[in-house]
Design a binder for this molecule. Sequence first.
Ligand SMILES: [Mg+2]
Length: 324
Amino acid sequence: MKEFELINRYFKGRGISRRDVNLGIGDDCALVTVPQNCQLAVTTDTLVEGVHFFEDISPRALGHRALAVNLSDLAAMGAEPTWVSVALTLPTIDSQWIAEFTEGMHEIAEYFNVQIIGGDTTQGPLTITICAKGTVPEGKALRRSGAKVGDWIYVTGPLGDAGLAIEARKQGINIDPTHLEYLNNRFDYPTPRVAAGQVIRGLATSAIDVSDGLLADLTHILEMSQVNAEINVESIPTSEAMKASLDFNKQLPFILSYGDDYELIFTVPDNNKGMLDLKLSQYGVDITCIGQIKSGNGKIELLQNGEMFNFEQQGFEHFTKEQV
Ligand SMILES: [Mg+2]
């Protein structure tokens, strides 16, 4: 199958058609209209087989995940996802594989009203590069640099599930089958927190998505904002599957430093807390306050029930996550 046949068959004329797309797939470039008084938010991410995903991941999950991780970056900026372009490097043309992969991608694109406006295919080791674009009202994007002393620190959703799914596969951790199904879904089909990102825009002072783990990603906010954080480890939300599978101490590496959850971490000033609770309850988004911003220059202090808690001194190897 030639490149244009492949693009036509699996991408062109599929999925949603946005009115702000003037020209989609089929010319040298796509043409889109950015709404007035909005900025374009642009992000790109590459997934490489053997580096970012297992060879046995289902093509549908891979299509979903590749797009989800990009939409998560838009969510973390408070942007509304609008358009994506996809570069696919494939070792062979396997129609069944491509059909399932693009199905997974179209499903999440449709859910978030995102149009695939361009693509490129090449032969080589399996690699997926996506460039996702979104719009955000001028000057309103959530950045990493805005956290202020006294702000409360929140996270969406439970943390650690994706890491537990990976390690359960790698190490054969014994997990109840219904919990395992939930955990695998959390890794394979992450939900970018697009609605939460837009709801907290205007209320939060900073935000980031959890791709590398709570400690690593929160540190990005702290360094950019030149502040410290105090985190109450017992407040960090975890799933039923996590609680049922591991003792609290064994959960900590997953909760604190594994990543791949694609939840949001954000900071909110005290006088916006009420409005935040109100708006998020209207949208059915769960958030949890896990600590507070303190003065400093980029350090995290962990507390457990009010006592100083040293993650490394407790005998945990700081997870150097092997890429999967
Ligand atoms: Mg990110």
